[in-house]
Design a protein around this ligand. Structure first.
Ligand code: XMP
Length: 486
């Protein structure tokens, strides 16, 4: 009986090709673009632009505050992992937001009645070197390292603080602030209103950092951009993060799930931060998600391509990153939407980044490569005369064990691990890694003839390469001192 529907044999025989990085090369096109002229600035969400298209994965061996601060300073974006208590995650996000700013608004202050001991504890906690002293909101002094150096820990702040404080009005420009601080040889300039109420603080450190990191990713008031991961079922965590971060990443292995979509739909209405939805792997998932959730500020695409993923190995379910990105891009085009897409999982080289962008993504999410750097959490491990850092999947047994102890929303609905844990070779500073990725990406885009990421979506031409051919694309028939015989 012919039902008009394809038979199982036909469905299998005509199945789509779930292509990914190793399947393709980029064909060199007619170019007028020199790599040095290529602009890799990108929209990481509908409301945020960053200077390099690199996002660090929300994994506990990749992104804590140090990675997020350094990556934002280099022009990318860090997503703080959620394998910790809400309290710990919020504290890490606050450190990023406090790392530098034009004007600090949520100033940490002391009161004249505090003991020096309490003030020192605050300075240590927030890693700051001085505290404005306020009484009923009005500035009455400032406590600096110099003031406390010879003080007794039991002394009262009011007795040891500097009472004559140089202040400025809230509307002072950065240049005027710099001059005033230079003139008085001071490091901190409290801003006050007509009634003497403390309105903010400018520090010399922030002014100098601004010059040092001109490409940094910043929010509207000059603080570093910060993202954090959460489950859409964890409303409490999301609401607390919403007060601190710019971007909340709904971090779900398989977002195309009715319950997950419903939870996210409800929660998005309560959040003011930009929201990134993922992970998704198919055209249908992108269509369903974008049409059911009122606000989606970016999509995260790719299931099973991550270097520590064994989802596809175990379950046979997966959507390789390049395929998932292309599917999402085409779906968004059908909807007339230009929501940015993150290509997530499997990035091993600048060429992979270039392919991911060519397939329609605006940024790439990187775990493995960034876990190799000094700024990822954890210390160095020496194995056979080489240094390594630990790197593990968030679905690995040890990561899951930790999460289950503290996050009831991640209770084990699946009784099987979908990630592995191991080591990656240590590669030094993140800045060097980001620079190598950026330079390699610009060279790729030069070959494509694309002077920016938007152009890569239309100008890139790709070709299949056979498995055998792929081996020819690497160095071969030569002994490399760093790699041994190839
Ligand atoms: P790379 O290739 O950079 O990929 O290591 C990082 C991405 O992998 C995802 N991820 C996982 N996927 N099981 C998975 O199937 C896991 O345990 C796991 N942990 C992380 C995640 O999307 C990350 O950004």
């Amino acid at each position: 009986m012919d039902s008009g529907k394809p038979s199982i044999t036909e469905r299998f025989a005509k199945a789509q090709h779930a292509f990914t990085f190793r399947d393709f090369i980029l064909l060199p096109g007619l170019t007028e673009v020199d790599p040095s002229e290529v602009d890799i600035e990108t929209r990481v969400t509908t409301d945020n632009v960053i200077r390099v298209p690199f996002v660090s994965s929300p994994m506990d061996t990749v992104t804590e505050d140090e990675m997020a601060i350094t990556l934002a300073r280099l022009g990318g974006l860090g997503v703080i992992h959620r394998n910790c208590s809400t309290e710990e995650q919020v504290e890490m996000a606050k450190k990023v937001k406090r790392a530098e700013s034009l004007v600090i608004r949520d100033v940490v202050t002391a009161e004249p009645g505090y003991a020096v001991r309490e003030a020192l504890a605050l300075m240590r906690k927030y890693e700051i070197s001085g505290l404005p002293v306020v009484k009923e909101g009005k500035l009455v002094g400032i406590l600096t390292g110099r003031d406390v150096r010879f003080a007794n820990e039991d002394d009262l702040v009011g007795n040891v603080m500097t009472k004559k404080v140089v202040t400025a009005h809230d509307n002072i420009t950065l240049e005027q602030a710099r001059e005033l601080m230079h003139e008085h040889r001071i490091e901190k300039l409290p801003l006050v209103d007509e009634s003497g109420k403390l309105k903010g603080l400018i520090t010399f450190k922030d002014i100098s950092l601004r010059g040092k990191y001109p490409n940094a990713s910043r929010d509207k008031v000059g603080r570093l951009l910060c993202a954090a991961a959460a489950s859409p079922f964890d409303e409490e965590r999301c609401m607390r993060l919403d007060k601190v971060v710019d971007i909340i990443v709904f971090d779900v292995a398989h977002f195309h799930n009715k319950k997950v979509i419903d939870a996210a739909r409800r929660l998005v209405k309560k959040l003011s931060a930009n929201v990134v939805i993922g992970n998704i792997g198919t055209r249908q998932a992108a269509l369903d998600v974008v049409s059911s959730i009122e606000r989606v500020n970016a999509l995260r695409a790719g299931i099973g391509s991550g270097s520590i993923c064994i989802t596809t190995e175990i379950t046979k379910a997966g959507a390789p990153t390049l395929f998932a990105v292309a599917q999402a891009f085409d779906a968004l085009k059908e909807l007339g939407s230009d929501i940015p897409i993150w290509a997530d999982g499997g990035i091993t080289s600048p060429g992979d980044v270039a392919l991911a962008l060519a397939a329609g993504s605006s940024a790439v999410c990187i775990g493995n490569l960034f876990a190799r750097t000094r700024e990822s959490p954890g210390s160095l491990v020496a194995i056979g005369g080489q240094y390594y850092k630990a790197y593990r999947g968030m679905g690995s047994p040890s990561a899951m064990e930790k999460r289950h102890a503290i996050d009831r929303y991640a209770s084990p609905s699946k009784g099987i691990a979908e990630g592995v844990e191991g080591y990656v070779p240590y590669k030094g500073d993140l800045a060097t890694m980001v620079n190598e990725l950026s330079q390699g990406l610009k060279a790729s885009m030069g070959y494509m003839g694309a002077k920016n990421i938007r152009e890569a979506w239309t100008k890139a031409q790709v070709a299949w390469v056979s498995e055998l051919g792929a081996t020819e694309t690497k160095a071969h028939d030569v002994i490399l001192p760093t790699r041994g015989p190839t």
